[in-house]
Design a protein around this ligand. Structure first.
Ligand SMILES: *[C@@H]1O[C@H](CO)[C@@H](O)[C@H](O)[C@H]1NC(C)=O
Ligand SMILES: *[C@@H]1O[C@H](CO)[C@@H](O)[C@H](O)[C@H]1NC(C)=O
Ligand SMILES: *[C@@H]1O[C@H](CO)[C@@H](O)[C@H](O)[C@H]1NC(C)=O
Ligand SMILES: *[C@@H]1O[C@H](CO)[C@@H](O)[C@H](O)[C@H]1NC(C)=O
Ligand SMILES: *[C@@H]1O[C@H](CO)[C@@H](O)[C@H](O)[C@H]1NC(C)=O
Length: 476
């Protein structure tokens, strides 16, 4: 399909054209010239030279017309600008029904404030992919997995952003199929970018994902910022943000209400993850607000078989959430979770503040090696306050594989009116604590010499990346 109108360039010609239109309307009402451009500015790592509207490719924002072909032809058309300053595809106000589509390099998908992308509920609109190489199997069903609503592979410099426009996954139909065991493939993610470098996902709202919301996998240099992610608190596996075998990741200013972990850091599953061997590393998470009554604020694992290291989290708020930081692993996973640093976390109404699970189970198939034991070490927490907590710490390491180098300092936990009888349950863990109340289990040894637990003083390279002010046209 070819566009109805020639592509609009956000260059001189385009501005002149709009200017002429504006001048005539403004002259009419006020009799003199007012300098006003019908554009909106937004923040992105890279701005684009060329622009087009989805409506130029035949799309209809009526909530009923299936627009997958328009998205595909628009993006296909814009791909020719990749070597010439890149392109942005603007989604104006409207309800744009679509199936899965793929992005390209040097590209921005921009959603206006009242733009809603509606995910099709017809399985035919979702191509099926093989399982990820680091997972070996799909999560819902061993066969394939539906391609994410918005996806991309092998990309460089890709941005999904907007003025808080919305992507609605309409996940209810998928959750129902999952609950009644009717799926033969794994449910689709909302956004999944694979093998890509320079990824920005920012300033949009994601509603009702069929499965995980944001899944960068095998990516580098990823910024995820200013997202509002909402799903019913009992919807299955609606994880917020899951960096998976990725390096250099910055997750900031996000507000997440979901039925599964708000953030889950992962790196592949058992023998498949060991073989693929790509860790998630150099991650900063800050200014996160999480509400997840059945899951964790930040989970590490359970799929961690490529390793997880150098993760920093600060300025984290959790309300009515099952746990604060949760490490999940199992014999069979191998690899490691190490060099984890958390500070300035505020929690209210929690079941657990600290939770480590050494026997999570959940294997892709029976061929995992039960002697592949994960190394869990150098896990640091400081300056944390919690209220209305049922159990401050449930710390379960693995027999013969002690979770080591746990450090907690300046942690004040207020208890629920009826807390669990056993406030700290520790097995196969060791570490040191100072100024932690209520007083932890004996395996976490009181040590007055620990003034505070470590938190790295250096900044990660991804923290130095700055946004530019970019401009999007408001109308064709
Ligand atoms: C991505 O790149 C790899 C390696 O160059 C290639 O084998 C694969 O086919 C590419 N995949 C896609 C979808 O472009
Ligand atoms: C974005 O939209 C969501 C849903 O309507 C709303 O809850 C949130 O406050 C908005 N965020 C911003 C920054 O406007
Ligand atoms: C404390 O937590 C319980 C649930 O465990 C909740 O019902 C109650 O409202 C909370 N109290 C306060 C003061 O937030
Ligand atoms: C302890 O942690 C709280 C909460 O983050 C913080 O306000 C306070 O300044 C910390 N105290 C010290 C001595 O660092
Ligand atoms: C303490 O943790 C161990 C190991 O997970 C578990 O078997 C045991 O039931 C727990 N005890 C209590 C009282 O919760």
């Amino acid at each position: 399909m070819s566009p109805k109108y020639p592509l609009v360039k956000a260059g001189l010609l385009y501005n002149v054209a709009i200017w002429v239109v504006l001048m005539s309307t403004i002259r009419g009402s006020e009799g003199k010239l007012v300098k006003r451009h019908p554009t909106i500015s937004y923040r992105a790592v890279n701005c684009r030279k060329h622009s087009a509207f989805i409506t130029e490719f035949g799309a209809k924002g009526d909530g009923k017309t299936l627009n997958t072909k328009s998205f595909k032809s628009a993006i296909n058309h814009l791909s020719k600008f990749a070597p010439d300053g890149g392109a942005q595809l603007i989604i104006p106000p409207g309800r744009w029904l679509t199936g899965s589509f793929s992005l390209i390099s040097h590209f921005t998908l921009y959603l206006h404030k009242d733009a809603v992308l509606l995910a099709s509920q017809d399985e035919k609109d979702w191509p099926i992919l093989p399982p990820l190489p680091s997972y070996g199997k799909g999560r819902d069903a061993p066969a394939g997995r539906y391609q994410a609503l918005i996806t991309g592979t092998n990309l460089t410099d890709v941005v999904i952003t907007g003025t808080n426009g919305t992507i609605d996954g309409q996940g209810e139909a998928w959750w129902t199929k999952f609950r009644s065991n009717k799926l033969t493939e794994t449910r689709p993610h909302m956004i999944e970018l694979m093998y890509s470098n320079g990824v920005q996902i920012s300033d949009i709202t994601l509603l009702n994902a069929p499965f995980w919301n944001v899944h960068p996998v095998y990516c580098r240099d990823v910024i995820i910022s200013g997202l509002t992610i909402l799903a019913p608190t009992h919807s299955p596996n609606t994880d917020g943000i899951d960096p998976d075998s990725c390096s250099n990741v910055r997750i900031e200013n996000n507000y997440i209400v979901s039925g599964d972990d708000c953030i889950a850091i992962k790196s592949g599953w058992d023998e498949y993850g060991n073989r693929f061997n790509m860790p998630t590393q150099h991650v900063i998470i800050r200014y996160l607000t999480c509400i997840s009554p059945t899951s964790a604020t930040i989970a590490l694992g359970s799929e961690m078989s490529g390793g997880i290291r150098n993760v920093r989290a600060e300025h984290i708020t959790a309300i009515d959430t099952e746990s604060g930081i949760r490490i999940k692993s199992s014999p069979g996973r191998g690899a490691y979770v190490k060099d984890i640093f958390v500070r300035k976390m505020t929690m209210k109404t929690m079941k657990y503040v600290f939770w480590m699970t050494g026997y999570y189970g959940a294997h892709p198939d029976p061929y995992f090696n039960p002697r592949a034991l994960p190394t869990i070490k150098n896990i640091n927490y400081m300056d944390m306050v919690a209220e209305n907590v049922s159990m401050p710490g449930y710390m379960e390491g693995i027999k013969g594989d002690v979770f080591k180098g746990i450090c907690m300092s300046n942690v004040t936990i207020g208890l629920a009116s009826k807390p669990m009888e056993m406030m700290w349950n520790c097995t196969n863990v060791e570490g040191v604590v100072n100024r932690v109340s209520p007083r932890p289990c004996g395996l976490l040894r009181e040590d007055k010499k620990v003034v505070e637990c470590p938190f790295p003083e250096d900044r990660l390279p991804i923290e130095e990346v700055e946004f530019k002010n970019c401009v999007a046209p408001l109308a064709v």
